[in-house]
Design a protein around this ligand. Structure first.
Ligand SMILES: [Zn+2]
Length: 406
């Protein structure tokens, strides 16, 4: 592979420091180099610096990319998606827009279970094709590292098919075996008996993490504890969907079990914010879902001020957040949850990479990191959050090679 020199960039911007996750004042520190270059070699970033200081290259072969008028950011990291699904929920969107609530739709057998029916019926090849097309859309919005969950199968065959599809398409797979109770089981406990005995052993060989939907109408704290404890025993990292509609003990459980993240937090009050601030659990904000469902936004500013590690993701899913754009999530984080652009950038790069256990390789533009680079057709890196209609992504480089051009 030839080296790749991205030259004459207006700016290179990358979260400062070396560790992960970033918290507090560190979240606001961005290294910005003006009139800059990024040199990629063997799939990694070899150097970042000012054009005036670029030394003659020793490589036999160098491909050049003209960065004139562009800014470079680290490839964005989407640490929370449900991208692996079949069908859509456009009828439900219409219903909700006409006044039905999310919980009413869920209680009527719509919501998650309607996507379960479509996903079970699709077959693994169709599922993988659908995921590939969504992955392409994510890339066009600047996402180079991404996670996707199962949870639309809720039977052995489809849950495993979802996890295999995510791995095959290049994502980080999370087993969301406790997303909803499928209709063939009498109750949540009976379903968990099945899932933990019949699905977990194989799921643990494909997925990095396990996730649970801790919420009224889904799984309660005792059921979530049982599920997560078994998953931890099987070697999986723990994550939770919690405090989306109600505070039901999810933050306390996340802290108690040493979960990697707790995600949503729209309903989290001051005690939960304090608990997260003093913990190693990353708070994952999903502002697109709160926007679409017309819910209060999560307390992003309070979480950062309390010292919490905060990450940002799309929650891409067919029901509450049908969108692949992390720049949109950044815009909402800044305008609706009180984050500064620098904090939003760190939240969907280095801190999101930490949630996925990859912060040593992705999330920064610095020597040694994977050469995943997003080039924005913009004069300033803060356009990633400022330009609310998006569309600034001009080129995406993955592993030191151009993967997409607008
Ligand atoms: Zn989710």
């Amino acid at each position: 592979m030839p080296a790749l020199l991205i030259r004459d960039l207006a700016q290179v911007a990358s979260p400062a420091g070396t560790g992960a996750p970033l918290r507090g004042a560190e979240l606001r520190r961005v290294d910005v180099v003006e009139d800059a270059y990024v040199l990629c070699r063997d799939g990694r970033v070899a150097a970042v610096g000012r054009m005036a200081e670029l030394e003659p290259l020793r490589d036999d072969e160098v491909a050049e990319l003209d960065g004139g008028g562009l800014v470079a950011l680290p490839g964005l990291v989407d640490c929370h998606t449900h991208a692996c699904f079949a069908g859509d929920r456009v009828d439900e969107f219409d219903l909700r827009a006409s006044g039905a609530s999310y919980e009413e739709i869920h209680a009527a057998g719509g919501g998650i279970l309607s996507t379960v029916r479509a996903t079970r019926a699709a077959g693994e090849d169709a599922l993988r094709a659908a995921l590939e097309s969504r992955r392409a859309a994510m890339r066009s919005h600047g996402t180079t590292t991404w996670e996707a969950k199962s949870g639309y199968g809720l039977d052995r065959e489809t849950e495993l098919a979802q996890l295999r599809a995510v791995a095959a398409v290049g994502g980080v797979a999370t087993w969301l075996g406790a997303h909803a109770v499928p209709p063939e089981f009498a109750d949540a406990d009976a379903y968990l008996d099945f899932a933990l005995a019949e699905v977990l052993p194989e799921a643990a060989g494909i997925a990095d993490a396990a996730d649970v939907f801790l919420e009224r109408g889904a799984f309660d704290a005792a059921q979530a504890r049982r599920y997560l404890s078994a998953c931890r025993e099987a070697g999986l990292v723990l994550r939770l969907h919690a405090d989306q509609f109600t505070e039901a003990g999810g933050v306390e459980l996340a802290v108690e079990l040493g979960a990697r993240s707790v995600d949503h937090l729209e309903a989290t009050g001051p005690d939960g914010v304090r608990a997260l601030g003093g913990s190693d659990v990353t708070a994952v904000l999903l502002p697109i879902a709160a926007l679409v469902l017309d819910r209060p936004q999560p307390p992003g500013r309070a979480l950062v001020d309390a010292g919490a590690a905060v990450a940002l993701a799309t929650d891409l899913n067919p029901g509450s957040a049908f969108g692949e754009s992390l720049p949109l999530a950044c815009a909402l984080a800044c305008t609706q949850t009180g984050l500064a652009p620098a904090e939003a950038l760190a939240a969907c790069t280095v801190n999101a990479a930490h949630v996925l256990g990859r912060a040593d390789r992705v999330g920064r533009l610095a020597p040694g990191y994977d050469a995943d680079v997003v080039l924005l057709d913009a004069p300033d890196w803060r356009y990633v959050a400022y330009h609310v209609s998006g569309g600034d992504v001009a080129v995406v480089v993955e592993g030191g090679e151009v993967a997409w051009r607008g």
